[in-house]
Ligand binder design. Sequence first.
Ligand SMILES: *Cc1c(COP(=O)(O)O)cnc(C)c1O
Length: 379
Amino acid sequence: MADKRVFLSLPRLSGEEQKYIQKALTDNWITSGGPNVNDFENDLKAYHGNDVFVAALNSGTSAIHLALILLKVKSGDEVICQSMTFSASANPVLYQGGTPVFVDSEKETWNICPERLEIAIKARIAKGKKPKAIIAVHLYGMPYKVDEIHAIADKYGIPVIEDSAEALGSHYKGKKCGTFGTFGIFSFNGNKIITTSSGGALITNSQQIKEKAIFYATQSKDEAVHYQHSEIGYNYRMSNVCAGIGRGQMEILNSNLESKKQIHSFYVDLFKHINEVAVFENINSDYDSNYWLSTILIEPTQNINRDILLQAFEEANIESRPLWKPMHLQPLFCNYPYYGDKVSEDLFNKGLCLPSGTNLTDSEKARIKTVISKLFKNS
Ligand SMILES: *Cc1c(COP(=O)(O)O)cnc(C)c1O
């Protein structure tokens, strides 16, 4: 019989989710918003330090969209966005009729490059278009160069939306990712560090802004007995049933983070004598990635390259995937301005995401090891 498929990252349940979902069902509170949503927000607030305010939403994408709305990004406005990311970072700029301006990565964190960012800002200002926001991403959980990026953003007075969709539990200089920007966003999609099936959150440092986010997320209802609206509204609030899953998931967040680190160590060990492969790691102790996905770069040689490795895993029924394809190379986004060279393109050509599920078993690790030993038997 063929071996069962090993997936990149499947959800793991704590077992406590049922209790909170059951409460939603028993209370007949089966709608958007509600007690589980408030409690889940409080869990996230407690986790991130009580000076943050959290709005729980139905996805990370809607959190980014609301951040842009709250920053008053309108049709024709420009927003700088890290090119190497998932399309959900950039799509909301288009929802607002804005123009995304893409910036390349640097090689150390794979995230937005400070030098290229400043070049881009200066160039856009010279064209009379000062960017309204910067969307910076902690890709695969690796913090971007927080000090450098925020120093530039501050110098030009441009707010940062910190896409922490993949970085719940990551730290930079001991501070949690998601708390550096004007807005932080998280995703609780099925493949992320914790899940609510589908869900997201917006993090701000102001109670008032949190309330405004919830106002927009619940159809912008003005205060009145009847339905009265003076602004565009959205249906972006988290459901009380989904938040129940989130409450149960918060109980294993720390254990998930521990597992992700162990899986990363497994790969570091697995590849330590293989010169063609570099495991993506924290560059120094300022960085503390949650290692949401363990990723590698494969330096192509005559016998080996990324696609050969991917194929070998596939033949063993093990899922692996190329890194995110940069936005400036996407058919949808390739005609928007791009500031950079080929750093992200090179990462895309050489990079591979490896199975990193918190439920990865020893026998699955052994199968991964077998694929690698066969492929690199001469290394
Ligand atoms: C998952 C993800 C998102 C979007 O989150 P959803 O909850 O799926 O909408 C945004 N940015 C990045 C980098 C992501 O990985």
